[in-house]
Design a protein. Sequence first.
Length: 476
Amino acid sequence: MGTASRFLSPVECARGEEGGEIGSILIMSIVLGTLVVPTVVYGQRPESDLDAVNIVNGINVTVRLLAAVTLVVAFTAIRYNMQEWVNYKSSNMIIKTKLVFIWIFGFAKMVFIVIEVVFYLKCRYLISLELTEIIITDCFTSIIFVILQLVFFQYVAHYTFTTKPIIKYVSSVIAIANFMDFFIALTLSVNENKDLIFDRNRTDIENCTGYSLKAVNNIMFITEAFKAPIALQFSALAIALAFSMKPDAVKSSSQCNILGLNFLWTSPKRLGKIITIIVLMNVPLLVCAPFNILNSESEIQSRIWLSLVLAQKTAALICILYINYLMFKKLKLTVKYVSINANEFMLLLSTIAVISYMSIQAFYQSDVDGILTSLIVISLPSILYQVIIILFGRRMDLIGNDISAVHSIQQLVLILGCQNIAVWFNDFLYGVWDMLNDHILRHGVFKYIALMLYPLLAYYRFQSAMELMELYHHVS
């Protein structure tokens, strides 16, 4: 019976999974709703409030330990009884890319945690012993949880699981724990809570650590700039990987080439042109981004930056519109119905966040900056049409169509994927700094909305790039 159940039709599997899916979502909603309220209430209090720190960290550490135990048990069960858990193993560039980035973010997150632990231990006389113990416990459990997740995802990311209900439980617990990490980091960032050590006088820190003032300033600068963005992106990626641990119930009706990027359309000359376009679209922005942040008061630097962004967005919009023309007008492809998967749901969620932020920008900046207004006007249709390409492109059968048009789609999708990766890199590293120089953050309520949306703005670009890579495989 166990073997036979693997050969049920997608529709039969989907019917059997529907009740469990709704129940899983309902339980997650209740748990998160219950945990978020005290996190918001107490997360706004200063870190010197011992009761608030106890409650917020107590919730987070408890959920984290539950998830850690779940990871160990699930890993052991999968390793020793793989036939019962796994349908098959596959590997593609999207999975490998996500694993590379989650390892990078995970390692960077642990480095920042270690820095925090070292500073708190060296400067422990500046705060109470009980508070030091709470914070050190939180840091220690966080490092363990990050390591367990990295090992677990590295092992299971290539597997497609069976329809065992326990898979949903494992996925939900990992997602909830990462969401709490994500939400607490975001709450503290938005409320601009003062750190008991890192926001003290630099001379005090120099005296208790024994480091030079220059070293202290450099560590503080790097920590302030990158600790929160890296932690948020790690949690977002972990949530996406957890949700992708879905049973193999419903698959797309068309199979993708998952062996790698096949450049069937290429000649050395054509590939050289594509690489040149990708470099011209993205490298200037990657080079100028840090200078734009460091010299934010420079009007000339700001003009150069906005002009480069406008040129990149315009080129991307042309690619997007041409892909839409080829798919829906020239080839007249029909869309096959396939239910939305977890990755596409995350894409839609982040798309809503991006459009919301752009709408706020358009409302408040229309009389401030003509170039920025043009940038917003170009960005909104680009976002909408790109999502249409991603959602519908993989639900179209391109076999037997005009081969030159299909090759054009391949090339344009590759260009768009690289553009999204470049924008994502800038957004997650410099997004908060860019917002701090933004006019909309001068309006109190919109400051909090924008900072809450920030992680999803960056994640939208990463998920778009991954989905475009999937689309490239489908077109190949």
